[in-house]
Design a protein around this ligand. Structure first.
Ligand code: HEM
Length: 237
């Protein structure tokens, strides 16, 4: 309910703020894309955080996780519709767009489909029918889709060319990667008992984190951002 009400509020505020329809649609779809990303990030980080703080302390967040995931899907749909029909002129215009933008939209579209499947299977009845282990397997797709959306955002996002946005994105991605690495190692250790004490765990997480850092900072070097390529970055940086 909060997501639906805040989306209506945002439409009103952006309409009042931007007179030109073009700016109204661009700013609105950017905001809806950002909200979808933020809800998705929170939905992803809850599980690994329970390995640090315990499920009991985070029980309200754990309980709300599915609703947070469904909100991510809701804002992704709003983002897609406003971008496609408000900014890009409808599906028939997609063929005229530069290849980099088409590829980015395809990655975004695949991520949207995955988010919708996650949202549609977020009900107890569906989990029971699918069995928990198959449901869990299906919901692992969310990690692949999240990587696709990070690439989507890097390839055509405007604000990702700001240095501050890049520092925030890098820190947030490293935090998530570090926590997921810790959870992964703890689950492996339950089976193989190879980690020597807290020091051993910290060392292994640090190694994995260095690997993730190298992967994340290689994105701008190996994949173009449309605005940097054509306009020398949103601010001529
Ligand atoms: C789960 C799916 C998606 C998420 C979370 C998402 C998120 C985002 C974010 C955060 C940005 C950067 C905005 C900025 O720089 O201010 C962006 C850019 C963009 N997205 Fe998506 N997106 C998704 C799917 C799609 C789809 C399916 C389409 C269209 C068919 C689309 C169209 C666009 C466009 C046109 C931009 C460029 C906006 C600009 O000019 O800065 N996105 N997206």
């Amino acid at each position: 309910m909060l997501s639906v009400l805040s989306s209506l509020f945002v439409v009103g505020v952006v309409r009042i703020t931007f007179e030109s329809d073009q700016l109204f649609y661009i700013r609105l779809q950017q905001l809806m894309g950002l909200f979808s990303l933020l809800f998705w990030y929170v939905a992803l980080i809850i599980s690994p955080l329970t390995y640090i703080f315990g499920k009991q302390k985070l029980r309200h967040l754990v309980y709300a996780r599915r609703a947070i995931g469904v909100s991510a899907a809701y804002f992704a749909i709003l983002h897609l519709c406003i971008a496609l029909w408000g900014q890009l002129g409808g599906p028939s215009e997609l063929v005229r767009l530069p290849e980099l933008i088409q590829t980015s939209l395809l990655l975004g579209a695949v991520a949207t489909v995955v988010l919708l499947v996650m949202a549609a299977t977020s009900f107890d009845a569906v989990v029971r029918r699918m069995t928990y282990s198959r449901w869990k397997l299906l919901h692992r797709l969310t990690y692949i889709a999240f990587i696709l959306v990070v690439l989507h955002m890097w390839m055509i996002g405007t604000h990702v060319t700001y240095s501050l946005a890049q520092i925030i994105a890098l820190s947030a991605l490293l935090l998530l990667a570090g926590l997921e690495s810790y959870r992964f190692l703890m689950n492996l250790d339950k089976k193989w008992h190879f980690i020597e004490g807290k020091g051993g765990a910290v060392l292994l997480v640090a190694v994995l984190l260095a690997m993730w850092f190298a992967v994340i900072v290689s994105i701008p070097r190996s994949i173009d951002n449309y605005h940097s390529k054509h306009h020398g970055g949103a601010h001529g940086e």
